[in-house]
Ligand binder design. Structure first.
Ligand code: SF4
Length: 448
């Protein structure tokens, strides 16, 4: 049997190549390849990097779907299904919107694939594919990552590795809590160390893609001494509570941690309360957490969202001033996004505040357009506020000013200017990006 994996792009704009910062290795594909028996012949096409050869013979197609790539995924599925090829879909969006996804796929995998993948492969081989597979939350010992399908593809030079899954916090806007039902699990450290050792020579830095690396600080710190022996550099994302634990920060730094992404989200306490994210202000709040991170030489990628109910026109410049003053390595200034299945989406729906009910499929919706009505601002004010915040933060004046606070680590300092320049180039280039391929002429093919 031949199986073709496809990773869809968010969309395609006529005459433009895909944004470089969106070209990371698609780890879910490597995880599925790792679960697939060697007897199955596999191919992989990344819609972000190459044309998909729809006419190449294959027995089935597997597409991983996120909310932003859903429309494009359904276009690709329609192309294959029109040629009589069965399509299987899985991933975050499929779990959040199973009924929608099952309109465009012969089979869907809801939840995590590890406990169900072999059954699905067996059914494909015996032509007994079922329309619905309910994944099972396993202890992650079955996670096997096989990156062989990425050979020859020009991804960003950063190694992506998963060390744990999920998060126990209940942030209103976050789909992680819905997908994993507020659970957190770690992978076996020995398996992770083996995976890192295998790639160590070819990667200058690793990104631990965990939803929250500090999901269980006690367990996380147990393997840090072993990680330190590998002598690698790595970055990750974690919740701010970990930045108040100085001994943990020290261990992170000693094990090669160079930077962390932290969701600050808002400087307004009322917004944080509404988000169910008041823990952000614990123990001396943001400034104390950032001072601790600086003390241990860990750079910060701060993320802020706008359009929450207590945001005003001043919120944007306040966030930029704060991020600049704290010397953040990089920062993101985006509108909040109501992902389907989240408490935020339900609240906005109940309050009749969604501009586009299914924004991810709406032909009139474009990337970075605010898909809901904020209370104190117009959607357009939020969009322009985000662009001007990015413009200020990635001005050369700000870049030089922040570089001074990020000069202590040679590797990070050397990369500071190229990384900031990349973000500077993309200040508004994502705005207006189509969801789906805007040149695609077909019609989405629904299951009858
Ligand atoms: S802490 Fe981060 S990962 Fe966890 S629920 Fe909140 S936003 Fe999501």
């Amino acid at each position: 049997m031949r199986l073709t994996f496809v990773h869809p792009a968010i969309g395609h704009r006529l005459g433009e190549s895909y944004l470089r910062s969106w070209q990371m290795e698609p780890l879910p594909i490597a995880a599925l390849k790792g679960l697939t028996p060697d007897t199955v012949e596999t191919r992989f096409y990344d819609d972000r990097l190459e044309k998909i050869p729809y006419d190449e013979p294959t027995d089935a197609v597997v597409i991983s779907v996120e909310t932003y790539t859903a429309k494009r995924a359904y276009q690709i599925a329609s192309e294959y299904r029109r040629r009589g090829v069965p399509v299987v879909m899985g991933g975050f969006h499929v779990t959040l919107m199973p009924q929608e996804a099952s309109r465009y796929a012969d089979a869907i995998m809801v939840g995590e694939a590890e406990g169900k993948w072999l059954e699905l492969i067996d059914d494909l081989q015996h032509h007994t594919l079922k329309p619905f597979y309910q994944g099972i939350q396993t202890d992650l010992s079955g996670v096997k990552v096989d990156r062989s399908l990425f050979k020859g593809k020009r991804y960003l030079p950063i190694g992506l590795v998963e060390t744990g899954r999920g998060c126990r916090f209940p942030c209103e806007f976050c789909a992680i809590q819905t997908f994993y039902q507020r659970s957190y699990r770690r992978r076996d450290p020995d398996q992770v160390l083996k995976e890192l050792t295998k790639q160590k020579r070819s990667k200058k830095i690793f990104f631990f893609v965990d939803d929250n690396f500090a999901g269980n600080i006690h367990e996380s710190r147990l393997w840090l001494p072993e990680l330190a022996k590998l002598n690698i550099r790595w970055i990750t994302q974690m919740s701010i509570n970990a930045a108040h634990d100085e001994s943990f920060l020290k261990e992170l730094a000693e094990s090669g941690c160079k930077g962390v992404l932290i969701g600050f989200e808002s400087l307004n306490e009322e917004n944080l309360k509404l988000m169910n994210k008041r823990f952000n202000t614990m123990k001396g709040g943001f400034s104390q957490a950032l001072a601790n991170l600086r003390k241990y030489g860990i750079a910060v990628y701060g993320t802020f969202v706008f359009g929450y109910d207590h945001d005003t026109e001043d919120s944007f410049s306040q966030a930029v001033t704060f991020a600049e003053r704290e010397g953040m390595y990089i920062a993101a200034f985006n509108h909040m996004t109501p992902f389907p299945g989240t408490p935020l989406y339900k609240r906005l729906q109940q309050e009749n505040r969604l501009r586009y009910e299914h924004w991810w499929l709406d032909d009139y919706y474009r990337y970075n357009e605010v898909p809901f009505y904020p209370t104190q601002l117009t959607p357009e004010q939020v969009t322009t506020g985000c662009v001007s915040a990015r413009r200020d933060f990635y001005s050369w004046r700000s870049i030089f000013k922040r570089s001074w606070k990020n000069r202590n680590d040679f590797f990070m300092f050397r990369n500071f200017f190229p990384i900031n320049a990349l973000h500077r180039n993309e200040i508004s280039s994502r705005n207006g990006y189509p969801l789906g391929d805007e040149t695609w002429q077909g019609k989405l093919l629904e299951i009858q």
